[in-house]
Design a protein around this ligand. Sequence first.
Ligand code: ASP
Length: 342
Amino acid sequence: MSQRRKFLQTSLAGALAVLWQRKSLAAVVKEKQQGTKDPVVISTWDFGKAANAEAWKILVAGGDVIDALEKGAHVPEADPNNQTVGYGGFPDRDGKVTLDACIMDGALNCGSVAALEHIMHPISVAKLVMQKTPHVMLVGEGALQFALANGFKKQNLLTPASEKAWKEWLKTSKYEPVINIENKAWQGDKKKLPGGPYNHDTIGLLGIDSTGKMGGACTTSGAAWKMRGRVGDSPIIGAGLYVDGEVGAATSSGLGEEVIRTCGSHTVVELMRQGFDPEAACRKAVERIVNRDPERAKKLQVGFLALDKAGNYGAFAIHKGFTYSVKNGREEKVLEAKSYFS
Ligand code: ASP
């Protein structure tokens, strides 16, 4: 090979390498710039996967995170086979389906409804409380009145299957939490469980849209066979859900009373503010519940799920069996959280 040809070949290879390097450098810079703006949605439990898919349609089209999470939450709310959220939810001990929900964005705007009856989509009523009223929370009759005034329709939310389960429960009226019964009930396994179908399970969704805006939504029928008027953690800002766009977001599922007394989701967000990653923050919040009474904690379940503002996520629960669903531009999966007791 002539020296000249060799020189030309080497120069060409060198130029191409430089070009390639430039391109990859540009790609890296672009990726970095977009780092906090890649949309993501995560949610509690395996049934969160279908909710995430619905939310994703809006996120991937550049839509607002609050609209996306609302639409995602509608999926389990409208599903009669999901007996822990919305339509078809297990009733209280008087046979009434009462729903709790809240929604929040990273600028601390929030809205909530509790003990709302006859409305299939409490998350949308919570969104309107946030957008249209000077208040954060409406409950019971007042929440219903507000919903009806805003065009929501009254519906019977007690399905024949949930009514049957309630009548079955009435025979013993036994009221004790059974760990992860919610997940097993969802898988059609509840007949095998001791103590009858005591069922609690909430969907909490956390997300970031393509502008980097963070949000969270939480909706549930609460603890099955609860006392009339009982409100759990799910509609309580700081307990079942908390979002601060400067840090991240957190939500919970499980025995709401334990989450309320520890301000669970707020605690998780504050721990992330101190530098803990999402999983470590969830673990510390779980430990706060367990350390209060370790013996008692053996018999109850709480799981936390968290998302930081960069899109990192993590979860932790008292017991095994707490699952969560993740959807972003790279992955769509259901994961099981690590737990305090194995
Ligand atoms: N946290 C809800 C409540 O206590 C129920 C659940 O998530 O299982 O109302």
